[in-house]
Design a protein around this ligand. Sequence first.
Ligand code: MOS
Length: 728
Amino acid sequence: MKFDTPAGANPIDRLKVVGKPTDRIDGPRKTTGTAPYANDWHDPQSRLAYGYVVGAGIGKGRIAGMDVSRAEAAAGVLAVVTAANAGKLDRGAFYVARALAGPDVDHYHQAVALVVAETFEQARAAAALVRVDYVRSEGVFDLAAAKDTAVAPKAGPFVSPEAKAGDFEAAFATAPVRIDESYGTPDHAHAMMEPHATVASWDGDRLTLWTAIQQMNWGVRDIAKTLGIAKGNVRLVSPFIGGGFGGKGTILSDAVLASLGARAAGRPVKVSLPRPLMFNNVTHRPATIQRIRIGAGPDGRITAIGHESWSGNLPDGPPETATEPTRLLYAGPNRLMRMHLARLDLPEGGAMRAPGEAPGMMALEIAMDEMAERLGMDPVAFRVLNDTQVDPENPRRPFSRRQLVECLRRGAELFGWERRVAKPGQVRDGRWLVGMGMASAIRGAPVMRSAARVRLDGRGMVTVETDMTDIGTGSYTIIAQTAAEMMGLPLDRVVVRLGDSAYPESPGSGGQWGAASSTAGVYAACVKLREAVARRLGFNATDAVFEDGQVRAGNRSEPLVRAAAGGELVAEDGVEYGDLAEWFALQTFGAHFVEVGVDVDTAEVRVRRMLAVCAAGRILSPKAARSQIIGGMTMGIGAALMEELAVDARRGFFVNHDLAGYEVPVHADIPDLQVSFLDEIDPAASPLKAKGVGELGISGAAAAVANAVHNATGVRVRDYPVTLDKLL
Ligand code: MOS
């Protein structure tokens, strides 16, 4: 299908619904507790049974023996699933950890058994009766210690192990002004509100999972591969998801174990992971060690930029791609980006909100602050000077839209950046040392193949179906806005059905691609529906205007609903982009500005003000987009000041594996966050000229906080989180 229609001919450019700050259409169901999450699925007819996971008690080793007899004999127990009776299990294609240990144990809290019983309480009680004898072996749990064993990771769809331009080493060696520093980011937990949960039900060979995942297509692929069944025999249902942040990219142990438990018990089985199991059982954002070298002339122009990153993972697990943002963010002819991957026996490292950019920018944007200081330049001016409008590795590839400089300038103005005192430690407000910091933001905005089905019924309602998910982001709303706009209807004439793998395939929620991709698929299906409507009503499709519930051309006007008088109209279509990324660097941009106070005696850090200015194409729903950005900023503040999975490097596990020990920001930690979007459209990005914003807000945010702490105190912390012990 084509979307390069002249301005004005495309309904997306005469907006009545898209671009308005709409309340979430799914809000009332969520606030009244009537939105069904995975753990809420109860079918009174189905004799639902409950599974409880037993997690491995060692970080690395082998199961020498297991006694499940007492558990099997316990009240209400229907089955105990272990590696001994589960049959052959493969691994998924995205997450690589095995859902069930045995005989080898690959990481702490890897499941060793699932106990299935009539009630949750019976399953939990019986799980405590499973006896496991472990033989512990030597594991590698400490990234710093394993750093020298790291090798180049395998290239993959999301992984470019090395990227170069010019001659970095020579240019860096001769640069008049240089920095060469190392930075550390710790392991992070997604810590989403809704724990992983699945209800599995078999009907002969056919498996249905009511579960909580972000990408239906990956989930179907991965559960089929893991269990060795046909993809066509799998249906996933995930209409509401209580946060994911990449931790629910595809199926995890709850889905695999619920499927096995349901097969063993001959009944539907529900498995939800208890919070204290989650942190070590599922995935996390891996820790990194990063080395950044920047060389510049005395004028501040970057001549050499090098970024190397070390991370660890289980065998076959990917690296954290922390060097990615540095490939595109600043100009400079001589460049070197390199990833190193060590084998670690910790739980699996995986994607977490802005994988690559989030930890990479935590380092890069401190390094830029240090470099500006060394040059005696203002950090905003230093970044503006080193802007580029083309891919620095490939000057023939422009950015589809890049307004980083405008974000920086507007942010500086709105925030009152000119009041910043460049020399650190100079500003005092009572017991607080006050400082300002800033950072750029960049995050990829890929668009993926996406399809949808729309139908117009005899009541004049339009129903949209796509397997896109809404992980709390606003997908329901922006999809309804798109369909309403296209069909010339108010929002309340549109019904949106998401999160069912039986619907046309979308790429789901991940990589910040969901908003642009899924609305593109809906746009395409609506174009097709408009053509069908025009045919039924005897209009020429290219002349027909869809507005106010009417279809008009010339001086004839017909109610839209009349097109369905002879029976419902259904249209299905999708958008696929081919080699778009070869032509354009598709990215979103932003600038963060932060003011902190640091207690002069205790070094307690409080964020006092924070602003993000963002450029991300057309903003489909300013309200939902703002929520995404402030959510990202909040997570960035957490990453700057508190979030850290503490590794027990002797026993090999994350010690603080619950929400009491794993600190995330609460309301009292977060001041009024300001967000400003540039008025931008990006015609290359999607038919709606929109890009996603779900991961832009976290990118750079933590470094802006760290830079503000430095400005307040003069102490440069390069090892996150910036806790008070590092400031005293
Ligand atoms: Mo995201 S971390 O690509 O869900």
